[in-house]
Design a protein. Structure first.
Length: 188
């Protein structure tokens, strides 16, 4: 019985950690994945949006500047290595569609545009997220959230390390296996 307790504890920990997924149901302005805003995000073609995202993620967190006639404000949130993206990896959504299907993941950034020239654009870091997420229907907070979502874009990219939940689950499973081997072949 004494040798089975570590195995049981390890198995419970592994199951709990495997239940931790990188799913998100809603993105919000100012949340931990919000990388910042682009005012106003016009023009807003695929190459323009890609340039805006790449400029924003290349900025030092907590700073503001301008580029290509736009004003950028970078949040303090991290996006890991903040990998630049290519216009060839873009997927666009439809105006007003607040439900974004990330499928099995593989996306790095989400750019949401709010009411053409009247509001602006927000960028979120979505690496590690899967399934359907929801973006705010109205934005930006600076404009009293009165402007509707006029479209969004996603970029695929390479994430070099698994999310923390996967890493912890693999560690838990490895430790459980070692505890099992020790219990079976270890001290008697």
């Amino acid at each position: 019985m004494k040798n089975r307790i570590p195995v049981l504890i390890g198995a419970v920990c592994a199951l709990v950690l495997l239940g931790v997924t990188a799913k998100a149901s809603t993105l919000n302005f100012g949340d931990s994945r919000d990388l910042g805003e682009v005012l106003f995000g016009i023009p807003s073609g695929d190459q323009d949006r890609t340039d805006y995202v790449n400029h924003l993620v290349g900025m030092t967190p907590g700073t503001s500047d301008s580029f290509s006639g736009q004003s950028f404000t970078r949040s303090l949130n991290s996006c890991g290595a903040c990998t630049p993206v290519s216009v060839t990896d873009i997927t666009n959504g439809t105006p007003g569609d607040v439900n974004v299907d990330l499928g099995s993941g593989g996306y790095l950034y989400l750019f949401a545009k709010y009411d053409g020239k009247n509001a602006g654009s927000e960028v979120w870091y979505v690496a590690g997220l899967t399934g359907v997420i929801t973006v705010p229907a109205k934005g930006l907070p600076d404009s009293d959230n009165k402007y509707g979502l006029s479209g969004w874009s996603l970029w695929k990219g390479n994430v070099t390390a698994p999310d923390g939940g996967t890493t912890a689950a693999l560690l838990g499973l490895g430790l459980t296996g070692l505890a099992g081997l020790r219990a079976r072949f270890g001290r008697k």
